[in-house]
Design a protein around this ligand. Structure first.
Ligand code: NAP
Length: 222
């Protein structure tokens, strides 16, 4: 199977790329700066430049794929800022939205022919429990929470639009993971999160489309 993973030079994306490579999958891993992505390049697979905020970069990425079909697209690239009422950073908020919400759609739209070409593709958007409106009781993190809640809506809408094409679209929360974003206090090792995500993705089919789920496949309230 051919997998595309965005933001694969570090964190969860790198762990996903490593585990998929180890099990013999074809991985097209993307990084904003492949020349700096030493650990990713060392895996020996294809590393392609992609900045999900940049229309030209996304178009060039889609063009580089040509007519190669995609079996699984993992929209993993993401960013966070720590904001709160009283110190909201509106430019930062726009950048978070552009990366976390618009970015996955920018990529999906650009590679739609490659995603639709084999009839059974999966589109996995790495979202966050912090985007759950129903579960929110801690406040703060406006930009990040809003961007992931809106990404969840993009999951829902695109799942409807792509159902007839046989494409399964989901949002998966990876857990609180020890990465640059998650920090050292996080509960989960990155390899444990990635392994659990992959097990869940392997089991996905069209019946799951439009779901917001935890890494083990259990439902998260919207
Ligand atoms: N860690 C957690 O606890 C946690 C919890 C819930 C959800 N998530 C989600 O999981 C995903 C991965 O997070 P992580 O913890 O692995 O974070 P991370 O270690 O900070 O890695 C983020 C990745 O996204 C890439 N990225 C950021 N902006 C990009 C852009 N404009 N274009 C392309 N790539 C870009 C980064 O590339 P550069 O190196 O070039 O910046 C990096 O590869 C994110 O969507 C995040 O929101 C993480």
């Amino acid at each position: 199977m051919r997998w595309v993973i965005t933001g694969a030079n570090r964190g969860i994306g790198l762990a996903l790329a490593r585990q998929l490579t180890e099990r013999g999958e074809e991985v097209i891993a993307t990084a904003r700066n492949p020349a700096d992505a030493k650990e990713l390049v060392a895996l020996g697979g294809r590393v392609v430049p992609l900045d999900v905020q940049d229309d030209d970069s996304v178009a060039a990425f889609a063009a580089a794929l040509g007519n190669e079909s995609i079996d699984v697209l993992i929209n993993n690239a993401g960013m966070a800022i720590r904001d709160g009422l009283g110190n909201l950073d509106f430019d930062g908020m726009k950048a978070v939205f552009d990366t976390n919400t618009v970015g996955p759609l920018r990529v999906l739209q650009a590679v739609l022919p490659q995603v639709k070409s084999n009839g059974g593709a999966k589109v996995v958007n790495i979202t966050s429990r912090m985007g759950s409106i129903e579960e929110n009781d801690s406040g703060g993190m406006y930009a990040y929470r809003m961007s992931k809640a809106a990404l969840n809506m993009a999951v829902s809408v695109s799942s409807v639009d792509l159902k007839d094409a046989g494409v399964t679209v989901v949002g998966i929360h990876p857990g609180w993971v020890k990465t640059d974003m998650g920090g050292d206090s996080a509960q989960l090792e990155v390899d444990d999160s990635a392994a659990c995500i992959l097990k869940t993705v392997d089991g996905l089919d069209l019946q799951n489309t439009g779901s917001f789920m935890d890494r083990d496949g259990s439902a998260i309230p919207w």
